[in-house]
Ligand binder design. Structure first.
Ligand code: C2O
Ligand code: CU
Ligand code: CU
Length: 526
């Protein structure tokens, strides 16, 4: 048996002892377990440091008899609605002022049942924020939840002390004002979400995520109409409530069974060839591989804005937290299907059928389109003056010998399992140092068995090259990103700089992994 299968089985057996999962596709061949190997690994484990200092009460598990809502109860096939918009309360020019209340809301998604969500201003999906380059932004956030939260402006270039770091929690019942100025040349497709210590994944799957668009007064595509497709996923139990994570969710990141666009299940979307479409993957852990049979995507932008030239694509790959700007191209008007093709990200203990996921019906109309050949010109890439190495790994030793352990020991193992540079996140540590304004190359390596989407705050990086199985591949085109997938054994070279002094985070954007400690602290100094 190879190592990976062994690991899957090992964890599997653990789950069947503890946390049962009602709706899984996992196999049940426990008897295949290799006892020799168990013994061997159990021995190795003695040398592994286990962090018992961490309060692990944030790790909550779903009920053992978790039963999910039957898919037929979720209303579907309705015309897609635009995202609600966060109102600008300011009358001043170039000032965006608004209030966001973070609260519990009872919302009727399923007929006759109220679901408890966490919401921004009572809305699912959350209100979209739209501002212009150069705007002053001032947002009052009131936290009426019974737990701490923050708002992190994912991908935006805002000062660290305004960026919703876990170090700066808004405690239950408290409020604060976030204020920052949107830099020039930062037009792009961003989003906002909570980033409190340990409970980011929970707050996101409970409903907290919103889109944030920065527009340029004028860019190569500002003559086009726009549409947002915000993709989230939601799990509901048989009572239409959002359950805690299962063990499998903690290991792989949670994927809710209902994949929604702008909060709607399998909607009907009208799209025209001259529409600028922003697609957001704001799910906690779901990878998307979008395609429309019979049509093509024209990729025009990534997380941090337009790319140099339009690129035709059959598929758009979106890790959790990634965004793109696209247009749709087809030979003629017609009805199409938006789907997500299967992507194997080497999950632990899950055996999946390679199923295609249906997302939406598209009715497509061809309109006159003037698509400029050049969308944007990048400055020549600067050579790095410094290097950083970030190694993402999983300590599978933590998973061995767990069959006899209680839930608390299981929790301790989970918070010791997902590592960056050999360590689990420590709120009070500084792991890496950078100098403000200095161009660096970050070498990000995945030495684990599973894909991890790497994300860093406060900057938009460029992929230079990737290396897998000894083969080096140069980046196909220049693009600004803040989140990027790293395959097992892959090594990425990312070019970036930090423009503000202060404290930044970098982490895996499978939010369960981030919560469990696959995150580091970067100190940016003068
Ligand atoms: Cu989208 Cu550290 O976050
Ligand atoms: Cu971020
Ligand atoms: Cu991860």
């Amino acid at each position: 048996m190879n190592r990976r299968n062994f690991l899957k089985l090992n964890v599997l057996s653990l789950a069947s002892m503890g946390v049962a999962y009602a709706n899984s596709h996992m196999g049940h061949n426990m008897d295949m377990m290799d006892h020799d190997m168990m013994g061997h690994m159990g021995h190795d484990m003695d040398k592994m440091p286990i962090n018992r200092e961490i309060d692990t009460s944030f790790i909550q598990f779903a009920k053992k008899d978790l039963k999910l809502l039957d898919q037929k109860y979720f209303p579907k096939g309705e015309a897609l609605k635009a995202l609600p918009v966060l109102k600008n309360e300011s009358k001043e020019k170039n000032v965006f002022r608004a209030t966001i209340e973070v609260k519990e809301s009872q919302i009727e998604v399923i007929k006759g049942k109220k679901t408890k969500f966490y919401t921004y201003n009572g809305l699912i999906p959350a209100p979209k924020i739209e501002v212009y380059e150069g705007d002053k932004v001032e947002i009052l956030v009131k936290n009426t939840l019974k737990e701490p939260t923050t708002i992190h402006w994912h991908g935006l270039l805002v000062p660290p002390n305004q960026d919703g770091n876990p170090h700066d929690a808004i405690l239950a019942g408290q409020e604060r004002i976030y204020h920052f100025t949107i830099p020039q040349d930062s037009a792009g497709t961003y989003w906002y979400h909570p980033h409190p210590h340990f409970i980011s994944s929970k707050q996101v799957f409970m409903g907290l995520a919103g889109c944030f668009v920065v527009k340029a007064k004028k860019d190569a595509l500002s003559h086009l109409k726009e549409k947002d497709l915000m993709i989230t996923d939601l799990r509901l139990d048989e009572n239409a409530q959002i359950p805690h994570n299962t063990l499998i969710d903690w290991l792989n990141g949670r994927e809710g069974e209902f994949v929604l666009i702008n909060g709607q299940y399998q909607p009907k979307i009208k799209l025209a060839s001259n529409e600028r479409i922003r697609i957001y993957n704001t799910s906690a852990a779901r990878y998307l591989n979008l395609r429309i049979q019979g049509a093509k995507f024209i990729l025009v932008g990534t997380d941090g804005g337009l790319i140099e030239k339009p690129i035709f694509k059959d598929e758009i790959f979106l890790t959790p937290a990634s965004r793109v700007e696209v247009l749709i191209d087809a030979a003629k008007d017609g009805e199409f299907k938006l789907e997500s093709g299967y992507y194997d990200r080497d999950k632990m203990m899950v055996k999946e059928e390679p199923n295609t996921l249906f997302l939406a019906d598209i009715s497509f109309k061809k309109e006159k389109l003037q698509l400029p050949k050049t969308l944007r010109t990048f400055k020549p890439l600067e050579e790095p003056k410094d290097f950083k190495e970030v190694i993402m790994s999983e300590d599978h030793m933590q998973m061995s010998g767990l069959m006899n352990k209680n839930e608390e020991e299981l929790r301790i193992a989970l918070v010791s399992m997902f590592l960056i540079n050999g360590k689990s996140f420590d709120l009070n540590a500084v792991d890496l140092h950078s100098k403000v304004g200095v161009v660096e190359e970050w070498i990000v390596v995945n030495k684990s068995h599973m894909d991890h989407p790497f994300h860093i705050h406060g900057t938009q990086f460029e992929l230079i090259s990737s290396k897998l199985n000894g083969k080096v591949k140069k980046a196909e085109f220049r693009a600004l990103r803040d989140t990027i997938n790293v395959r097992p054994n892959e090594e990425l070279r990312l070019r970036m700089k930090q423009d503000f002094i202060g404290h930044r985070m970098y982490h895996c954007h499978i939010l369960e992994h981030e919560d469990l400690g696959m995150m580091g602290n970067l100190e940016v100094k003068e």
